[in-house]
Design a protein around this ligand. Structure first.
Ligand SMILES: [Zn+2]
Length: 245
């Protein structure tokens, strides 16, 4: 009679508990955020991570200590955080998984654009390596998430982008991406989607002011965004003459 494999070693939940010194779900979230903050080229401190996660600084500080112990991050004497090689590799894997899930949810099963981030956050920790591999194979050509943010390892980088709150009046602006931090704000994403402020869409900028906001024109309709909202939108700015030539 064929031997039944031992239940203990084959049970998925038990397998998931194995390797308890690996990164926790929370640590994966932190790595993702630290990676994005590092990419911005600004000094990364615990307060930035706390703000992004809407957590109290002591909570974040405790988690960062543990991540330092596991050698995912380093902190210098001023408290500035950087990722170790292991931390950076892990962060890229976490982000790639998040991005391909977002693409799958948006492109294959029609989840609305403003909800794909939220849905992917819920699913990403449960994605098995097999499912990840199959979804990646389906989306071989994808280089960005549906919000336009580059998928690590895809070879695409958003070089040359300008922030919408820094463009000058009289130019054309093509949206390339919505900043990662804003993906947490579902209401804001809903607003952007409702107004067609999506990657790939192009607008004329008739008016731009650091105090009053940026006006975008499309199909003879104007809308003015506050400088705060414009600051989360990145894209390509071009003079009208270049566009018409
Ligand atoms: Zn995204």
């Amino acid at each position: 009679m064929a031997e039944i494999p031992a239940i203990k070693s084959s049970h998925p939940r038990q397998r998931r508990r194995a390797g308890s010194d690996g990164p926790t779900h929370k640590e994966r979230d932190y790595l993702e955020i630290i990676y994005y903050l590092v990419q911005r080229g600004e000094p990364v401190i615990a307060a930035h991570v706390a703000r992004w996660l809407s957590l109290q600084p002591p909570t974040v500080s405790h988690a960062l200590q543990e991540m330092e112990r596991k050698a995912y991050i380093r902190r210098d004497e001023r408290g500035e955080i950087s990722l170790t090689r292991a931390g950076s590799d892990l962060a890229e894997r976490v982000i790639r998984r998040h991005c391909i899930l977002e693409r799958f949810l948006a492109d294959s099963i029609g989840i609305p654009w403003h909800l794909v981030h939220e849905e992917a956050v819920q699913l990403e920790h449960a994605l098995s390596p097999l499912l990840e591999e199959r979804i990646t194979a389906m989306l071989r050509k994808a280089t960005t998430c549906p919000h336009g943010n580059p998928i690590p390892g895809s070879g695409f980088t958003a070089v040359g982008s300008v922030r919408l709150d820094r463009v000058v009046a009289g130019t054309m602006f093509t949206i390339q991406r919505i900043e990662e931090e804003a993906e947490e704000r579902t209401d804001l994403l809903r607003y952007l989607e409702a107004h067609r402020l999506l990657p790939g869409n192009q607008f004329f900028i008739p008016d731009a002011s650091a105090d009053y906001g940026i006006t975008l024109r499309s199909c003879n309709r104007d809308m003015t965004l506050s400088p705060e909202v414009a600051a989360i939108i990145w894209g390509e700015s071009s003079p009208i003459s270049a566009l018409n030539s």
